[in-house]
Design a protein around this ligand. Structure first.
Ligand code: 5GP
Length: 185
């Protein structure tokens, strides 16, 4: 049995870049989520997310297809259950989900879940990053910052906290955590 490593961070916290770097360096199974949000430029269907309609998403909820799901900023996001439960039998699985989802996963897969919170150096820095990536309008940025404030307040519910000040160090620190977890009794 492997472990479920959950990465959460406020939107714009850099977790997609971190996830890609981690996956380049190690063949962890990555759980691609389903979402009803619009595809952003540069995102690939089935690689970044399974982009589905709200109707399809709700059908999946009814059929119990998600290990967890949550509504974030008006869109639905969910972790496909079948993939997670198949992969966890073979080895570690990486999830990149929000705080609400992380809490659900921890509750369901208690002894197997490691929660890692990736925090930006500051909310000011986060605002700068969100503005720089130019994928959100000013109103969306404001909503994401407000959510970030709330999510940051939940970081003490995680097992580990990593500050993403420098990308390389941040990735290295996450790898150290994952390594240490191999030796946990
Ligand atoms: P974004 O739209 O910026 O890609 O993601 C918005 C938020 O949804 C992020 O906090 C991201 O981690 C979260 N998210 C992505 N996939 C899932 C999922 O399957 N479940 C939950 N609960 N949150 C998710």
């Amino acid at each position: 049995m492997g472990k479920i490593f959950v990465l959460s961070s406020p939107s714009g916290g850099g977790k997609t870049t971190i996830r890609n770097r981690l996956l380049k360096q190690h063949p962890w199974a990555y759980s691609v989520s389903c979402t009803t949000r619009l595809q952003r430029q540069g995102e690939k269907d089935k690689k970044d997310y399974f982009f589905v309609s709200e109707r399809v998403f709700k059908r999946k909820i009814e059929k119990g297809k998600f290990a967890e799901w949550a509504r974030v900023l008006g869109n639905y996001y969910g972790t496909p259950k079948q993939f997670l439960e198949k992969e966890i039998k073979k080895g570690d699985v990486l999830l990149e989900i929000d705080v609400k989802g992380a809490k659900q996963i921890k509750r369901i897969y208690k002894g197997q879940t490691v929660l890692i919170f990736i925090a930006p150096p500051s909310l000011r820095e986060l605002k700068k990053r969100l503005a720089n990536r130019k994928t959100e309008t000013m109103t969306e940025i404001a909503r994401r910052l407000e959510l970030a404030r709330k999510e940051m307040a939940e970081r003490n519910k995680y097992d580990y906290l990593v500050i993403n000040k420098n990308l390389k160090n941040c990735v290295e620190n996450i790898k150290v955590i994952m390594k240490a977890e191999e030796f946990k009794i």
